[in-house]
Design a protein around this ligand. Structure first.
Ligand code: ADP
Ligand code: MG
Length: 746
């Protein structure tokens, strides 16, 4: 009976417990509760360090009663019981917490000095001291428990479940115990293939559920956790492997390279030599474009590593064969830049929209803010096939956009795009177009394996020769208030030398309402990469430097007198944005005050200094991307990370890390280590079967690698997983309709 998992808790536990569990945890079936694993375990003998209890949070602790007293309340009817409990660490003052019970006759009897109990409640503060008010508790004296010798009891871990104010961990524990005794666990289908289970000596599913919920020893619960971790990795990797194989079987338009075409002409006129990486990735792409099945590739490369040329060469190969290519950029500014730079790079090979012209390729731009006339022309060029390369933003995805023969889709800076967008573009063509996703965000190997497991990856590791290194310095205004003056004097020196300067601010306007870039950029990145603005959660940080405020300040700055200032942010209307960008690109603006819109792809080779104000508001990866905007023209670049935080503040460690290394992969690793890993996938971690439950992509790299190899083996032999119905079912359940999205999200 596969239905064992689906049995409603209301039948198994009784209506009132089931309702509590549903209301508090959202769990309704036997399977869901079985999969609600303990968050941790405590040992009867081990008391919880009280000094470490967080204020205002629900906690579960084991402690020993030091003294207890009950008295009548002075002003009201009833009694108050005060119990002082200790963790026995002898850590003066910090090793006790007081518990206050109102009218609790039972507590006053049960909690005698010397008693050890597990308490659960919210940590509050009363007259400067930590306390729990009316906590729930269970006594842990061995004599109270019937089963087992005192030794066995002492060894037996007590599961601690994520609880809520209304549902304590031991209520959950009791419900799970009841469930385990009611269910016929033997009928549950094990998603782990027997052979793999034996290979790694992992317990079967029924045993593993018992071990994880009611372990007799520490070793038992570790073993169960190992099994579920591996299962999770295998399910996920099998899903990715299956997807990859299925996708690779779809038909696509083969576009073999043609001699004497546009690509050859382009190569002949390139003003520089391709780097070794550009050349070898280029060969990889050329071969895949020539195949009758779709390419599905992720191209990772440092900022400035020259991904655009690689993509453009792939596009030309498709155009040479009579097909079309689309380039999708995350912002209008970037789409406009790509359009301009592609036309510039193509030079005479970029054909104007003249019918009858023979050589060259027509490149068109399609964005949401074009005039109706421009838009109509671009749409027509795409639909008629006259345009070989169509550059655009999300506007490319709208239904109005049609292609005559779309052969290749290039997505720049993938982390701004979701799976829906990718699929929408693919749907614009009968055969599946080849897909090239480019990202400058360095992704550690196991993360790539987990998040982009269905894409093949290529990496551009080297920067083109002649690229001057970027020097990065942390400017701490707390230690050196006078440095603020020095920053602007430094900017002046650059301008006097004929160079240009970026000043990046975390916010657009002064009020926090008009704070961050609209949804897409700063906020998203802070959430994805752990900038303090969101990472520190509850406590609102002081307002950060804004574009508006900084413009005003710089206009009055003596050192910058006569310097031409410009600004750029996402709330400006498109014409102003383009004008501002063009002016900076053309050298008519010396100092550009901007938000993170300059982060992605913006290319002004003459810019040599970047000043990032309140740099602690940004995440590591974002800072690294930002600074890649300077030093692109052969002049050495400098990046100043300005902060008003004290030295030693945890957020300053991020700045120090960025200053210490220019290797994006090293930084990405640091970034992951510094924050909770679960966040990479953007999913909130709950105890439920959600995205990654027990797996952590860094910590469990080995398990993931192993599972990936096993999954590839399984799927290669049996692409439909027909011989592994339980694994297949687990994949479907794991992914669900909404989870498929997560598989492709970056
Ligand atoms: P990114 O990988 O950040 O998108 P781009 O493609 O924008 O990098 O390239 C950055 C700059 O380097 C561009 O101005 C481009 O013309 C130049 N470039 C690309 N490849 C080479 C090369 N092999 N040698 C010299 N310059 C190059
Ligand atoms: Mg780029």
């Amino acid at each position: 009976m596969a239905a064992e998992r689906d049995r409603p808790l209301s039948r198994l536990l009784g209506a009132s417990s089931a309702k509590k569990i549903r209301d508090s945890l959202g769990l309704e079936t036997a399977g869901e509760l079985l999969d609600y694993f303990p968050r941790r375990y405590v040992q009867r003998g081990e008391l919880t360090p009280i000094a470490l209890l967080p204020l205002d949070e629900d906690v579960t602790l084991i402690a020993r009663v030091v003294r207890a007293a009950t008295r009548r309340m002075a002003t009201r009817k009833g009694s108050i019981t005060e119990v002082l409990v200790s963790d026995g660490f002898g850590d003066h003052g910090a090793d006790t917490i007081s518990l206050t019970f109102f009218n609790a006759f039972q507590a006053s009897r049960q909690l005698a000095p010397g008693t050890v109990a597990m308490f659960s409640g919210r940590v509050g503060r009363y007259k400067g001291k930590l306390q729990l008010t009316n906590p729930d508790y269970v006594l842990l004296d061995p004599e109270d428990s019937a089963e087992g010798t005192p030794e066995e009891l002492a060894a037996r871990p007590i599961p601690v479940y994520s609880a809520t104010a209304k549902l304590t961990t031991w209520q959950i524990e009791r419900a799970v115990k009841t469930l385990l005794s009611q269910l016929d666990l033997g009928t549950l289908e094990d998603p782990l293939p027997e052979a793999l289970r034996q290979k790694y000596r992992l317990p079967g599913l029924a045993d593993a559920y018992r071990l994880i919920h009611e372990p007799a020893t520490q070793e038992a619960c570790m073993l169960a956790r190992r099994r579920f971790q591996y299962e999770e990795a295998l399910v996920l990797q099998s899903a990715l492997a299956r997807r990859r194989i299925q996708h690779a079987q779809l038909p696509s338009r083969p576009s073999p390279a043609r001699r004497g075409g546009l690509l050859d002409a382009f190569d002949a006129q390139l003003p520089f030599e391709l780097t070794e990486g550009q050349r070898s990735v280029g060969e990889e792409l050329a071969a895949e474009l020539a195949a009758p099945h779709p390419m599905n590739r992720l191209l990772q490369g440092e900022v400035g590593s020259g991904k655009t040329v690689v993509a453009l060469r792939a596009m030309l190969q498709v155009v040479d064969d009579g097909g079309q290519a689309a380039l999708l950029a995350p912002t209008e500014v970037l789409a406009g830049q790509h359009y301009e730079s592609i036309r510039r790079t193509l030079g005479p090979l970029a054909r104007e929209g003249l019918l009858g012209a023979s050589d060259g390729v027509e490149v068109v731009l399609l964005t949401g803010s074009q005039s109706a006339g421009e838009r109509k022309r671009a749409l027509l060029a795409a639909a008629s096939g006259q345009a070989g390369i169509v550059v655009g933003t999300h506007a490319l995805l709208s239904e109005a956009v049609q292609f005559a023969d779309l052969g290749l889709v290039v997505v720049d800076e993938q982390h701004r795009f979701g799976v829906e967008q990718r699929d929408a573009l693919r749907a614009k063509s009968l055969a599946t177009p080849h897909l090239l996703v480019m990202t400058a965000t360095p992704i550690p190997r196991t993360v790539a394996m987990t998040v982009f497991g269905d894409l093949e990856t290529s990496v551009l590791r080297e920067l083109p020769a002649g690229r001057a290194p970027i020097a990065t310095h942390v400017v701490g205004l707390v230690e050196n208030p006078s440095w603020e003056q020095r920053i602007w004097a430094r900017a002046r020196e650059e301008v006097d030398a004929g160079r240009q300067v970026y000043v990046v601010c975390p916010q657009i306007g002064e009020s926090s309402e008009e704070g961050q870039e609209e949804g897409d950029l700063a906020a998203l990145d802070a959430a994805t990469w752990g900038g303090t603005a969101l990472a520190d959660g509850a406590s609102a940080p002081p307002p950060a430097a804004s574009v508006a405020g900084t413009m005003e300040q710089l206009a009055g700055e003596a050192a910058l007198e006569g310097v031409r200032l410009g600004m750029l942010h996402g709330r400006m209307d498109t014409a102003d944005k383009s004008a501002s960008m063009e002016s900076f690109a053309a050298g008519r603006t010396d100092v550009l005050v901007a938000t993170t819109v300059v982060e992605v792809g913006v290319d002004v080779p003459n810019a040599t200094l970047m000043v990032i104000l309140d740099a602690d508001r940004f995440g590591i990866a974002q800072l690294h991307q930002l600074r890649g905007r300077v030093g692109r023209g052969g002049h050495p670049g400098t990046c100043l990370l300005v902060t008003a935080l004290e030295p030693g503040h945890p957020s300053r460690a991020r700045l120090d890390a960025v200053a210490a290394s220019t290797d994006g992969f090293v930084l990405a690793q640091k970034d992951l280590e510094q924050r909770r890993e679960g966040d990479i996938l953007g999913a909130t971690q709950s105890g439920r079967r959600s995205t990654l439950r027990l797996l952590r992509v860094l910590r469990d790299a080995e398990v993931i690698e192993r599972a990936r190899g096993d999954a590839l083996g399984l799927v290669a032999e049996d692409p439909g997983l027909d011989r592994q119905p339980a694994l297949r079912a687990a994949i479907d359940e794991y992914l669900g309709p909404d989870k498929e999205v997560f598989l492709e999200r970056g």
